[in-house]
Design a protein around this ligand. Structure first.
Ligand SMILES: [Fe+2]
Length: 270
């Protein structure tokens, strides 16, 4: 199964810009690149901060910009989003029984269970995961105790080691991590956004993770700086996740036109 993660699209109403950038143009570039290079993609996951200020017009523009993708798209909420505005524009987006934007999907080979979590809390920059959401997650995991899970979420539920996120990380990660750690088949990997840099690692409890960088804007990597500069970085980007059985790979892709130097040659070894 080929899954593509896009994150932190930060859409603004049509005609507006953000930090001098046009988030819609950035995503258009990303979608075109996906369609050109990965037309066989099975699923696209956008891991939150879909709209910068939660405007319905921004969500409408996002809907139209994602439309050319050839596959199902799962949208997650981040701190910048607005759940009500989102649901007005995306009425068919899967939700749990309490209206949180949460859903589950088995991989096409049935080897893994993909779980899409809603860590958005109104008027809160950091992530939250209340008891209602915990119940949903625990129930989903309990229904497939023998199948490892892969988590998609906006906020990483641990300290990412970045001064800027010291106060706006995950406010109540303990209960969420306890449920994840107790899943009998284990958590195979976690993909998230929020931090706008590339980060991979493994938690104390043994959950490996990978972040997306942000389609529109990224941070210059200054871990000790509480107020680092935003940058357009290497431009619109996405992560290609390939899955077969319990095996996962994640490749970060940039969409800028890099001038080819010279074609390499195929290596036959040794
Ligand atoms: Fe963001």
């Amino acid at each position: 199964m080929k899954i593509i993660q896009i994150t932190d699209t930060h859409f603004v109403p049509p005609g507006h810009t953000l930090y001098g950038l046009d988030p819609a143009a950035s995503l258009r570039r990303t979608v075109a690149d996906i369609n050109e290079r990965h037309a066989d993609v099975d699923l696209v996951v956008v891991t939150g901060d879909l709209a910068n200020d939660g405007d319905e017009s921004a969500y409408q523009l996002l809907r139209d910009t994602l439309a050319p993708l050839p596959c199902e798209v799962r949208l997650l909420l981040g701190n910048h989003d607005n759940r009500e505005s989102f649901r007005h524009v995306f009425p068919k987006a899967p939700v749990d029984s309490r209206g949180f934007i949460q859903s589950a999907l088995p991989t096409s080979d049935g080897a893994l269970q993909l779980l899409f979590l809603d860590s958005h809390e109104p008027a809160t920059i950091g992530g939250k995961y209340c008891p209602v959401r915990i119940d949903w997650l625990a129930t989903e995991l309990a229904q497939a105790p023998d199948i490892p899970a892969v988590i998609f979420i906006h906020h990483p539920p641990f300290d990412a080691g970045l001064a800027h996120f010291k106060h706006i990380g995950f406010h109540d990660p303990e209960a969420l991590l306890e449920v994840l750690h107790n899943h009998p088949a284990g958590i195979r990997h976690m993909f998230f956004g929020h931090i706008h840099i590339s980060l991979s690692g493994i938690t104390e409890g043994g959950i490996s993770y990978t972040s997306g960088r942000g389609v529109s804007h990224q941070f210059i990597v200054e871990p000790e700086d509480p107020a680092p500069y935003w940058t357009a970085g290497t431009g619109p980007n996405y992560t290609v996740i390939t899955q077969q059985g319990k095996e996962l790979r994640a490749m970060h892709v940039d969409t800028l036109d890099a001038r080819p130097l010279v074609r390499s040659s195929e290596c036959f070894g040794p």
